[in-house]
Design a protein. Structure first.
Length: 400
């Protein structure tokens, strides 16, 4: 079995499969491939995380196929690049749904992309799994055709504010990209910080495509903040950090891990990134599912995105097996029988498939955490990992 590893490969694979797709009786035949859609950023601002999430999904698919697949069918991932761009993502989603006829799309990353793609999914009864965090996403009228393993903005901002309070900052300024998560993040930070004596000295929203943010930096520094909360993506946050260095800002800089990545540390001068604190939802590093992901991927410490991608495809495989059919509606109606049940705990798709085959009721617990979803598709809780840039590398601070 060949699982496409790029958009180009996916397009070539789609062409090769055009004949069976056009012949319904062949697609229904015993042993037909179980084709699952992947829509993730292989280029653009999310290009650091997208390929790694894809690799994690491919690894689970390979493992499942080695034991016979799902419902006797081998998994084939049909991959499209969303380019971290809403317009491109909608076109790709249409192709996956209308041409490839996938029952599920896994992997959207940017909140703006997921916001654009979600209506395409629920209108076509296609299930969607995502790592986007904007509160607005699960408040869309998605009719249950969406779950996300990423904590929403409300939960993220609450945890970030608790960290800021613990580490004794007193004046915070928020610099944000224009995105769906901007306003709810700022609102929740203010709600948590203010009663604890931390002043939100100001905030501003900037254009993501500028080559300099010196005027925005100067505006922020006029408020004398001891912490700058940088709420953007890697390309723009890199520019902001350069301008902060030129402005001789010596206070704390706090941002998401996707806004200051390992690649960013390699590309930016060490003095520019020195001391920056990053945060990300933490994988459940003590879980058997996480241990399995370590072995499966052959890396010492899969991060939250790799863990979440592991969980998407595992949950999808187990839900299809439990439902006995591979449709978006079956996924919607059955998924919580796998994630929210009181059944025997399983930590991999392979173990779960074996348990289901023997007639057991199961509850999947994932590499990213318990994977228990609310009615609107949000996870209930998770931990967060904090790192700090020091001499061009990340050092661990805490998990809380």
């Amino acid at each position: 079995m060949t699982i496409p590893v790029s958009r180009r490969a996916a397009l070539l694979g789609a062409a090769a499969l055009a004949a069976p797709l056009a012949t319904p009786h062949l697609a229904r035949g015993q042993g037909a491939k179980l084709r699952l859609g992947v829509l993730t950023p292989l280029t653009g601002a999310g290009a650091f995380d997208g390929p790694r999430m894809l690799k994690a999904m491919q690894a689970v698919a390979t493992e499942v196929n080695a034991v016979g697949g799902v419902l006797g069918r081998q998994i084939e991932l049909v991959v499209e690049d969303d380019e971290t761009n809403p317009e491109a993502a909608v076109r790709a989603a249409r192709k996956l749904i209308d041409v490839e006829k996938v029952p599920v799309i896994m992997g959207t990353w940017a909140s703006a992309v997921t916001t654009a793609v979600a209506p395409v999914c629920w209108e076509s009864k296609t299930f969607l799994t995502t790592v986007s965090g904007a509160d607005t996403i699960t408040k869309l009228p998605h009719q249950g055709y969406l779950i996300r393993t990423q904590p929403n903005n409300f939960l993220q901002a609450s945890k970030h504010a608790e960290f800021i309070i613990r580490h004794a900052s007193k004046r915070v300024f928020i610099l944000s990209i224009q995105a769906p998560f901007t306003a709810p993040t700022q609102q929740r930070l203010t709600e948590v910080l203010t009663p604890k004596g931390v002043t939100v000295a100001g905030s501003l929203i900037y254009d993501k495509d500028k080559t300099s943010y010196r005027s925005e930096v100067d505006q922020a520094l006029k408020t004398s903040p001891d912490l700058l909360y940088l709420n953007g993506y890697a390309p723009d946050v890199g520019v902001v950090l350069r301008d902060l260095y030129r402005a001789d800002y010596t206070g704390t800089k706090f941002t998401q891990s996707y806004a200051l990545t390992e690649k960013s540390l390699q590309e930016l001068p060490k003095p520019v990134t020195e001391g920056v604190i990053t945060v990300q939802p933490s994988a459940d590093v003590n879980s058997p599912a996480y241990a399995a992901a370590v072995q499966r991927l052959g890396i010492a410490a899969p991060d939250s995105y790799e863990a979440q991608a592991t969980d998407w495809i595992s949950i999808v495989c187990l839900t299809i097996a439990r439902a006995g059919q591979a449709t978006g509606t079956a996924l919607r109606d059955t998924v919580r029988q796998i994630t929210n049940s009181d059944g025997a705990k399983v930590y991999t798709a392979v173990d779960g498939l074996a348990a289901l085959k023997s007639g057991k009721t199961i509850k999947y617990e994932g590499a990213s955490g318990p994977c228990v979803f609310t009615e609107i598709g949000d996870i209930i809780d998770c931990k967060f990992r904090y790192n700090q840039a020091a001499n061009g590398a990340f050092k661990f601070l805490e998990v809380a």
